[in-house]
Design a protein around this ligand. Sequence first.
Ligand code: NDP
Length: 433
Amino acid sequence: VHRNPAEPEFHQAVAEVLHSIQPVLQQRPELGDNALLQRLCEPERQVIFRVTWTDDKGNAHVNRGFRVGFSSALGPYKGGLRFHRSVTLGTVKFLAFEQIFKNALTGLGIGGGKGGSDFDPSGRSDGEIMRFCQAYMTELHRHIGPHTDVPAGDIGVGGREIGYLFGQYKRITNRFDAGALTGKDLNIGGSQARPEATGYGAVYFLEAMLAERGHTLEGKTAVVSGSGNVAQYALVKLHQLGAKVVACSDSTGTLYDPTGIRADILHEVKQVQRRKLDHYVELVSSARFAPDRRPWDIPCDIALPSATQNELGEADAVSLAKNNLIALAEGANMPCTPEAIKVFQEARIAFGPGKAANAGGVATSGLEMQQNAARTKWSFEHTEQTLAHIMHSIHHTCLVTAADHGKPGDYITGANVAGFLTVASAMNTLGLV
Ligand code: NDP
């Protein structure tokens, strides 16, 4: 804590992993040698830089940019960029640390990294977003590349932002290195199913957890938080597989519709018009909007927190458990507090941690890198099938690893231990670096 002050989310993420792997270290003390844990918890590199840009009125603004390369033991650093006013170095470090284990679980040979800025995109015009992205990439381009570090999207960074970022990267480097960024639009080397991948993947993971308990998604009532990239496509897949999503949320409040939220209208409000959720109720008469409320007191069988970290606390978990929640998959990174997770575990609710459940996004980014390297394009069906296969394989790995370490059904142990063993083994092979 004294080496990394004011980084509570980073401490939270590290504490969870170190707690999970204790039994492994007792069984295999050689894995704790060579200061391996100290190396694992220290980023290989951290870059902080100034980003200066002008708004539409010609006023100059200064933001802070970050990129943390946490571990390249398994491959180039890989992880998204987050543009949100709350972003600090601690936020980026927690996300990059999680990414190490998540990426190891995909089996695709990618290291862990993450980046972002405290830039607030809300209410900004297209031109302002473009100028910010160009200014951000003017520095970032020195640190990334297809074999070094490959950023993608996260909160506040979708296809539009990746397009502007890649445009500037291409302009400065004089190279069309498509593999330097993922989450690109299809017309500039993006992959089919990348926008859908995190949400779809989380639902595949959820489906597999339910199957272990003899359930299916058919007829289940679901609540999703957030209404961005992950939440929207989770909602689409849940509906396709027979569940009904009755609520979602954004930073202003919760939307509830007992007849089921309409994915097409949600897309129009959030992606096309880029408005807040209160606008949805002007378009759908059965819907209600509750300002400043989170969705966790709404009765449901399954829950997918898909907005941001620590958005679901102990009281929320108690409320979900009382309403007989069956399973929860984290679409977001670390959305549930440790206290909330304890409640779920005590209530024997199936719990899919983010580093396993939301790995579909980065896995499909890995598939985008493969397509870019081979200068080829896969069909939507082939990409989605590969994604489904990867998610089922991650689920299986977590399940088997948890059982092997005396914690059957504990997907947190399964994900942390399996990810750790893969990375630790590569670190030992590489020697002291
Ligand atoms: P988006 O920016 O597309 O959407 C984020 C959603 O969460 C929006 O509805 C936003 O509300 C809401 N939100 C963001 N911050 C807060 C907050 N502090 N309080 C309340 N609501 C908030 O991001 P993504 O969907 O891409 O990411 C969501 C989560 O999923 C993040 O934790 C991210 O790290 C994780 N993730 C994303 C992946 C991806 O492929 N995109 C991959 C793996 C994980 P509003 O619309 O009002 O801004």
